[in-house]
Ligand binder design. Structure first.
Ligand SMILES: N[C@@H](CCC(=O)N[C@@H](CS)C(=O)NCC(=O)O)C(=O)O
Length: 204
């Protein structure tokens, strides 16, 4: 299997953390690629028509894309149970969607600054994206600490643990930790896992 990836992509990091935690890393070959919505560069558009990563090519060539689908695939493959069962599965997938939504907004802010010409940038729109991140972070602090600190590993933990450091990488000046002591403490603890240390993105 081939995983089209980039070391700074937080969505790719979710997959890599899951692969490490479930002992499947050696089953996957990494294919580094890069691109943006304006210049798709080496993005695997033949595999994922959306031109985004992560994208996985199975040995028979079948594409699997979107980090949520890829994570689900590897969870099922290893019978890891990271999605729980019964009512818990919907809670965990909603937590994962919250983390991914934080990333979606954070990346749009990055593209606005890096890809859009300066005279076309729209400050209110950027602030609107940060507002989404802020309210999602408040929700994590107020309502999601229990599944985050639950015994055993789950997909919600992996997704949030990959989203928060991306805010440090790209939006450090916004200081997501301010006023969120529970989330801050949880993230600091989770960051000590071998899978998280091994996937720290390079600066830049
Ligand atoms: N929902 C997708 C989002 C993936 C995504 O946006 N990846 C970024 C890299 S971090 C990308 O491929 N951007 C290129 C583009 O938007 O054209 C997922 O979870 O896999």
């Amino acid at each position: 299997m081939k995983l089209f990836s980039s070391p700074t992509s937080p969505y790719v990091r979710k997959v890599l953390v899951l692969l490490r935690e479930t002992g499947q890393l050696d089953d996957v070959e990494m294919e580094p690629v890069g691109g943006t919505p304006v210049d798709p560069g080496t993005m695997p558009r033949d595999l994922n028509p959306l031109g985004k990563i992560p994208a996985l090519a199975l040995d028979n060539g079948q594409p699997i894309y979107d980090s949520r689908v890829i994570c689900r695939f590897f969870d099922a493959r290893a019978k890891a149970g990271l999605y729980g069962s019964g009512d818990a599965t919907w809670q965990l997938q909603t937590l994962e969607a919250t983390a991914d939504g934080i990333l979606d907004a954070a990346i749009l802010m990055v593209y606005e600054a890096r890809v859009r010409p300066a005279d076309k940038q729209f400050a209110d729109w950027v602030e609107g994206q940060w507002r989404k991140i802020n309210t999602a972070l408040d929700a994590l602090e107020a309502s999601w600490i229990e599944p985050l600190t639950a015994e055993g590993l789950n997909i919600g933990q992996i997704a949030v643990a990959c989203a928060l450091p991306y805010l440090d990488l790209r939006h450090a000046d916004r200081d997501w930790r301010k006023g969120r002591p529970n989330l801050t403490a949880w993230e600091a603890g989770f960051a000590k896992r071998d899978s998280m240390i091994a996937t720290v993105p390079p600066a830049g």
